[in-house]
Design a protein around this ligand. Structure first.
Ligand code: UD1
Length: 420
């Protein structure tokens, strides 16, 4: 298995472009199952998770045509198998997102039960309870969720007791073809949920309250094809900005959006970054200064995203001063701390809070990560460490970052992929 080899090369400098959002693309690909004519999707990121979702659609008989620029045409009419098998679901939990659309359109769905994962147990109870409230019958049998609906799903008033991105998306996709009105309360407001809702509207769905915590959906009888362009990836954007801040660099990021990164940009300014933004670009300049430590707590959008926590922890490890980073969304998402300490960081864990005392420099070491964003934090640590850092298990990083080493090389980093 390949590794990433990183040697310190000074501040990141230059310009890169951001790819389409993975976490928008996954539900939008699942939503194509709802349409009765082909859908054309562009700006898909070239990532393993996207390949897995396309493989899942294909194995159900769906027609998928990808062109060389990662635009894809999907014709869901050819579907002939309503099963999302264990082999695919185990590699990507987001496969659960086909449950709502399949059930809404065909009245049947068998989806392998997604297990826990490195960052916590991640149940799907809210997805299932919501679908039951819409009239579905659900059994869990031999590791599979077997959902059935006698005729169309029925609109319902659903209060989700935890803010869940995937749960909101699954229920939204089920509600757009249900009979009557569905009200989803305490809905996730993440930009990726908004992107999905906008795509559904382009397909003919009737949704009010997009971007708020209450979504009101008037079910329609059919949805049809459209052309949809996936929004830029805010977490990829944030990761490169933090990498630049940690290395005291100055970079410009294009094909992105500042309006969906507010919580992250505020923290970067607190760390001493000079940020400028335009319609589709963000620039960050540390003016050669060491970042200042920033304390933070993760929470649902628009607060600070859990998917940016690990990267800020790495920056804080080399920042001036002390900070605390509290994770409130997932129970086991500070695991990168042990690897950072092996590189010379001074971080202690108290429950779900990391207490970080910034050190001048880290030392390169062989490290390995157990999830996507933790891997990104180890790459950031490698960029500021003396000596060589070898990041193992980079299949995690390939799930969420398109061409990470090429993009970092364009910013002057000394990073390359090496065979084991
Ligand atoms: C999505 C993102 C992931 C991000 C997370 C939180 C995708 C593909 N992934 O994951 O990158 O870190 O949002 O922003 O978009 N929960 C329940 N019951 C449920 C569902 C969720 O208790 O039925 C809990 C989870 O265990 C977790 C919290 O709710 O503690 C939030 O999880 P959720 O928002 O559902 O995360 P995902 O959609 O899996």
């Amino acid at each position: 298995m390949d590794k990433l080899m990183i040697n310190r090369a000074g501040p990141l400098k230059g310009e890169i472009r951001i790819s389409g959002s993975k976490n928008s693309a996954l539900p939008i690909l699942a939503a194509t199952l709802l349409a009765d004519s082909p859908i054309h999707i562009s700006n898909l990121p070239h990532l393993n998770d996207i390949t897995t979702m396309l493989a899942l659609l294909r194995c159900m008989g769906v027609g998928v045509t990808v062109d060389e620029r990662m635009s894809v045409e999907i014709d869901a009419n050819a579907i002939n198998d309503f099963t999302a098998p264990y082999e695919l679901v185990k590699t990507m939990r987001a496969s659960i997102l086909v449950l709502g659309p399949m059930l809404a359109r065909h009245g049947v769905a068998n989806v392998s039960f997604p297990g826990g994962c490195a960052i916590g147990s991640r149940p799907v109870d809210i997805h299932l309870r919501g679908l039951e409230a819409m009239g579905a019958s659900i059994e869990v049998d031999e590791g599979y969720i077997r959902a059935r609906s006698d005729g169309r799903l029925k609109g319902a008033h659903i209060l989700m007791d935890t803010v869940t991105v995937g749960g909101t998306e699954n229920l939204l996709m089920a509600a757009v073809l249900a009979e009557g009105r569905t009200i989803l309360e305490n809905a996730a407001r993440e930009p990726e949920v908004v992107d999905l809702a906008n795509c559904l509207v382009a397909m003919g769905a009737q949704i009010e309250g997009i971007g708020t915590a209450t979504l009101v959906i008037n079910g329609v009888e059919r949805l049809s094809g459209c052309h949809y362009n996936i929004m830029p990836d805010r977490i990829e954007t944030g990761t490169y900005l933090v990498a630049a801040a940690a290395t005291r660099g100055s970079i410009r990021i294009k094909d992105t959006r500042e309006d969906i990164l507010e919580g992250v940009l505020l923290k970067l300014e607190e760390a001493g970054a000079h940020i400028e933004t335009g319609l589709d670009w963000i620039s960050l300049d540390m003016k050669g200064n060491r970042p200042r430590a920033v304390s933070l707590k993760t929470a649902p959008y628009p607060a600070f995203p859990t998917d940016m926590q690990a990267q800020f922890t790495a920056m804080n490890a080399v920042a001036e001063g002390s900070s605390s980073v509290t994770e409130t969304i997932f129970e086991n998402r500070l695991i990168q701390v042990h690897e950072l300490n092996r590189m010379g960081a001074n971080i202690s864990l108290q429950g779900n809070t990391a207490l970080i005392t910034g050190v001048e420099t880290l030392k390169g070491a062989p490290v390995m990560a157990t999830d996507l964003r933790a891997s990104a934090s180890l790459v950031i640590a490698g960029l500021v460490a003396d000596g060589t850092t070898l990041v193992d298990r980079i299949y995690h990083i390939d799930r969420g970052y398109e061409c990470i080493e090429e993009k970092l090389q364009m910013l002057g980093a000394n990073i390359r992929r090496v065979p084991n």
